[in-house]
Design a binder for this molecule. Structure first.
Ligand code: NG1
Length: 466
């Protein structure tokens, strides 16, 4: 947890940034997250295993009498945003942080049942924010803003979720809301941010959304190491992410078509539907079905049309649309369905085994599964990069029992399982071998740090004088 003094100083800074405003001040703390294992599984309705961390957005805010929302960052470089609460909120230019804020508010207006339906009855707020979550690093700095915007908006309109089921419902709304920004993501980040619990990792399952806490090992710490490669959600990065989401949807559709034809099985929509329970098959039969349904060759549109029994145009319209309605074109190297399906299906089972490993205290197995996950993200889902591979390699040689990329990938951070007793030596070696020798840096505290599992988003204390 953050040292009290430091949090108080941040609150005072927030107060200064907000300026003199009449009305009751409130504060929220919204954590980032690291995902321990289960990468690119969430948008397939397959489970993930993240934890909320003690890197967070702190916000100070005050309700307004009108419908304006005004938010200012304590770091002047990030600037401020201002917009009115309306039925349809127009986005800023792609990639700007204001869109994450707008995403949260827009979804609450459209879907939060606890809010009055009369737009005229809603109120906005003035807010200052201060974040210690590294941006564009796979630690959910953006989802933290979506959750923050939603929680603050509900709070000033007297509609904050009061129960656990209310928070689960809010996590689902925030996940859907974030698609406003153009990513076709899953629901891991928003759930981890809202449901986190100090000292615990959270196994999160989808459809329906539910979470289960698992204890973190006492003798190990979780270290985050940033590759220093920024992975911002630009159009090309979004396309790289959305391509995988589309390939996974196509994989599920091909398996569904095969299952219907060969076994008369209906109702498969996501890879996560490939359970013994949903198919009525044994686990081995499900695996055989999955193997037989998809060719290991890249798929062209014509192959997909033949496999799915529809026209090429229909394949595009049903499975290959971007969020803005444009068609995602056939990649030059074809749709790599087999690779993506193999990654997601096995990663899902690695999540199940990881939870069991932590519960039974088999930390060695957990580390091995983390390493296997990285290899699969690199070779099958192809979301790693040279720096992430190098960093995980150096991390393992420096003593990590498990090291893997975390979050969407293509840069950003790694997550590392490190024995507590050898932490100092580990930090020193990774610092020298990666940050100094490879990146030419003299200092790396901002890139290499221990994280603690923290509670999910909620009210923060206001120190005296604020
Ligand atoms: P990050 O790296 O935090 O943007 C993204 C998605 C997650 C999940 C991971 C990969 C969003 C908001 N987040 O996380 O849902 O798919 O990639 O496991 O789309």
């Amino acid at each position: 947890m953050e040292a009290g003094n430091h949090a108080d100083q941040r609150m005072l800074r927030l107060k200064q940034c907000l300026g003199e405003i009449p009305g009751e001040l409130r504060a929220l703390r919204v954590p980032g997250r690291v995902n321990l294992i289960g990468e690119h599984t969430d948008y397939n309705n397959c489970p993930v295993f993240p934890m909320a961390v003690n890197r967070e957005v702190l916000a100070l805010f005050c309700a307004r009498q009108d419908r304006i929302i005004r938010v200012r960052d304590t770091q002047p470089d990030y600037g401020s945003i201002e917009f009115p609460v309306e039925t349809q909120i127009a986005p800023d230019k792609a990639g700007s942080w204001g869109n994450y804020f707008k995403a949260g508010i827009q979804e609450m207006i459209l879907s939060a049942e606890s809010l009055p339906s009369d737009i005229g009855a809603l109120r906005g707020f003035d807010m200052a924010i201060d974040s210690t979550i590294p941006p564009a690093a796979g630690m959910s700095s953006s989802s933290a803003l979506v959750v923050l915007a939603s929680l603050a908006f509900l709070a000033v309109n007297n509609a904050a979720p009061a129960t656990r089921s209310g928070r689960l419902a809010l996590a689902e709304l925030c996940a859907r809301g974030e698609r406003y920004t153009g990513t076709q993501g899953g629901g891991m980040d928003q759930a981890a941010i809202l449901l986190g619990r100090a000292g615990h990792a959270m196994k999160i399952d989808f459809n329906p959304l539910r979470s289960r806490e698992a204890p973190l090992p006492q003798a190990h710490v979780i270290v985050v190491a940033h590759s220093t490669v920024s992975a911002p959600k630009t159009q090309s990065m979004m396309d790289a992410y959305n391509r995988r989401s589309i390939e996974c949807r196509l994989a599920a559709a091909l398996v569904a078509a095969h299952a219907r034809r060969e076994r008369g099985i209906e109702g498969i929509e996501y890879i996560g539907d490939l359970t013994a329970q949903k198919t009525g098959l044994s686990e081995t039969e499900v695996e055989t079905l999955v193997q037989a349904a998809v060719s290991s060759q890249p798929y062209r549109l014509a192959d997909l049309a033949a496999g799915l029994g529809v026209s090429e145009h229909e394949v595009q319209q049903r499975w290959c649309l971007r969020r803005n309605g444009s068609v995602f074109p056939e990649p030059d190297d074809g749709f790599l369905i087999h690779k993506r399906l193999s990654h997601v299906y096995r990663e899902w089972h690695r999540v199940e085994r990881s939870v069991e490993a932590l519960e039974s205290g088999d930390i060695g197995l957990f580390g091995t599964l983390m390493n296997e996950s990285h290899a699969s993200c690199r070779d099958l889902h192809q979301v790693s990069c040279r720096e992430l591979d190098l960093l995980t390699d150096i991390s393992r040689r420096a003593g990590a029992g498990g090291a893997r990329l975390t979050g969407a990938g293509f840069g950003g951070c790694t997550v590392n399982l490190v024995p507590r007793e050898s932490l100092d030596g580990y930090l020193d070696e990774v610092g020298r071998r990666y940050y100094r020798d490879q990146m030419g840096l003299d200092e790396w505290e901002d890139y290499l740090f221990v994280v603690e599992a923290s509670d999910g988003a909620g009210p923060a204390e206001l120190p005296a004088g604020v």
